[in-house]
Design a protein around this ligand. Structure first.
Ligand code: F6R
Length: 261
């Protein structure tokens, strides 16, 4: 794992956006598609703003295919709290991606169809050649996607129960806890770890303990983010507060030196 600490959320977000844009530009130059795994939540919002800015400067998303990590279940895909709406608002409506290339787990699927649907989600990722870059945030309980503590290293896309910690964190979107769905559809840990490259972002002091667990703790199902230690190409992008509990030998302080695309 490479841990990179930035002086602000803005500079860390710009760095993450540039990594993604560079991959897109490189693939575009040889007429190859770029397959992105995307996250929602508060963490990647500024990164999406930066990506939209890079699109306005000329980066085309016409050859980008994306798979979102998760969606609440059940939920109306068009409701304001859905991750479908989040993606429209923060990325899709601003860039030239083709609607048929944007995949998000379907919060409206019949219960009896979920298992086949999840298998097809996995197969669709494989048919597109696998994920080039997976973007992740980190839950307060160490979840990645909605793989809550106890999720297996071998888990695949499936319906999951949301933990109390996760449902409490979602009250700000849903108004009160009774309105937060108890379940979700999430890519599995194995699905995530198959991505060629993983970019994890975390900001603020409230993520510091979990970042320490994920980077320096034991690899364990109790902290799903700790499985990232076993991935060969993962960058952890932090601000100083999120990095504040890490041993200094594990971190690099960085100025954003990536070339502008
Ligand atoms: C979102 C997701 C979650 C979030 C995590 C952090 O698609 O899969 O794992 O990344 O809950 O959420 P925020 O960024 O709101 O702190």
């Amino acid at each position: 794992m490479e841990v990179l600490v930035f002086e602000s959320i803005k500079s860390g977000s710009l760095y993450a956006a540039q990594l993604i844009a560079n991959e897109i530009v490189t693939n575009n130059s040889v007429q190859e598609k770029t397959v992105l795994g995307l996250a929602t939540g508060s963490t990647p919002i500024q990164m999406y703003d930066e990506l939209v800015g890079l699109h306005k400067k000329g980066v085309s998303f016409a050859n980008v295919v994306s798979y979102n990590l998760d969606e609440y279940y059940p939920i109306n895909n068009s409701s304001s709290q859905s991750y479908h709406s989040f993606m429209d608002e923060h990325l899709f409506k601003h860039v030239d991606m083709h609607p048929e290339n944007r995949f998000i787990p379907n919060g409206e699927i019949e219960e009896s169809a979920i298992s086949n649907y999840c298998e097809e989600y996995e197969q669709s990722i494989s048919r597109n050649g696998g994920i080039d870059i997976q973007v992740l945030g980190l839950g307060l309980n160490g979840h990645i996607g909605f793989n809550e503590p106890g999720s297996s290293r071998d888990s695949r896309t499936r319906k999951v129960d949301l933990s109390e910690v996760t449902r409490t964190a979602a009250i700000k979107q849903f108004g009160k806890e009774e309105l937060v769905p108890a379940t979700a559809i999430s890519m599995g840990i194995k699905t995530i770890l198959e991505a060629e490259q993983i970019i994890v972002m975390a900001w603020g002091e409230k993520k510091a303990d979990m970042i320490k667990e994920c980077v320096e703790g034991e690899v364990s199902e109790e902290v799903p983010g700790s499985f990232l230690q076993t991935h060969p190409n993962t960058k952890i992008i932090l601000d100083a507060s999120a990095a504040s509990k890490l041993s200094t030998e594990n971190i690099s302080l960085v100025e954003n030196k990536l070339s502008k695309t």
